[in-house]
Design a protein around this ligand. Sequence first.
Ligand code: TAP
Length: 504
Amino acid sequence: MASSTMADVAAGIRFRTAAYIDGQFVPAASGATYVTENPATGQPLAEIALGDERDVDRAVTAARRAADSGVWSGMSPGDRKRILVRFADLIDEHNDELAVTETLDAGKPISDVRTLDIPDTAACIRWHAEATDKLYDQVAPTGPGAVAMIVREPVGVVGAVIPWNYPAQMAAWKLGPALATGNCVVIKPAQQTSLSLLRMAELASDAGLPPGVLNVVPGPGDVVGVAIARHPDIDAVAFTGSTEVGRTFLHHAADTNLKRVLLELGGKSPQVIMADAGDLDRIVPQVLNAVFWNMGENCSAGSRLVVHRSRKTELVERLVAAAARDWIVGDPLDESTRIGPMITRGHLERVLGYIAAGRAEGARLVTGGNRVLEETGGHFVAPTIFDDATNEMRIAREEIFGPVLTVIPFDTEAEAIAIANDTPYGLAASVYTENVRVAHRMARAIKAGTVGVNAYSEGDLTTPFGGFKQSGFGGHDKSVHAHAQYTDLKTIWIDMAEDDEPQA
Ligand code: TAP
């Protein structure tokens, strides 16, 4: 049962469902809408404007006008900072409303969304905002005959296309650095989860963001997403989602205006448990959090547990017990729930299909493996662990995006590294060992954008997040590295030579 407080919040929310273009909520140019559902009940939730190419065009026109006018890029960094900090404050002030919206829309457990997603969304906007007036440009070491400044300028109009698993937070990972560096943005949320971003756009406007600086166009990826990817007046596009869709952005950019393409993609991340890994009381919750957090609908999910044979039996027994005890599946509006529904019926079936494949390929199912709470109409699946798998099985190779852990034993350090790296992905990894030399060696040997040692971690706002291999291309979220990618480098060479002196 949902707690009465959260149920009250839910009852009082008025969803914003129109596109947000040039500082106003507007219907789609076609007038069409589509209906989203609550994944915990399968019932209709909201009727959203169904954007198409014309809406992207309207949004880009507004963004270009705002970019060219200098209303945002020409504002002093301190003033830009104040508006964005106010935006972050408003997100915090509307924490319950945004959290419940996200839970109803995406099925994410309210206990996570209220304490992590929405606070982290605000913190991300604030972190990038605070950097606005603290990052300096450079002066090149020329001779006395010239002054050469190397300055960063906003690229202009940034397009963004984001997924449904962390709707508010993924938006913030793009909007924080793109807006802080003075760009105007046209962003498309995932079709299933537009509501929190539409409300955030309104809060940004309330904070003082000028019209046209932030535009939100909901609608289908193969229409709105493609229109953003191909638009000749968008200067850079940032995408988070599947590797399959991500690679199409490179084609679109190559075929059109060579816009900069920044891709954050999928993963099949290893958690490596060495023979000398420390206390299992500490390790078990970390391992389960890595794979079951957000129902496993997480690009950096630690979905492969690569464990030394000498530790495997005890560890798996402890994992099975803790999964049943701690990872309660249920109504995501209930504070005690840790696993909500899969995002859609189709996705539930996809996850169950992988579980069937794991069984068929001979992995040993030790817990879960089935749909649960079917009577609710929601798309719930039990947290699932397969033991005695090999890295060749589909459950070890393909991104499941559900609460499914695949346990693979190893005997030597070299074998552990080979298994960890035997994947087309390279987003994240973790290594558990008490030996600092082994930790360092493994952290350097594993090809992944983030390696946690003795913890599952995506780092924090000060560290870049991005993927090696087919987990990413050309981009990082978070940290000052994210600022750089939304800017162009310009050299300004000023001749300082006295009359007849030769230049430096
Ligand atoms: P996708 O199907 O790739 O969708 C992501 C976004 O792209 C959605 O907004 C989607 O719109 C849009 N899209 C779909 N087809 C498109 C097309 N042909 N052209 C342009 N845009 C298109 O992924 P998903 O199912 O939402 O999310 C799961 C995937 O995202 C996983 O593979 C996961 O690993 C990855 N992910 C990665 C990260 C990072 S940081 N690396 C973070 C979160 C998720 P619609 O909603 O209309 O389909």
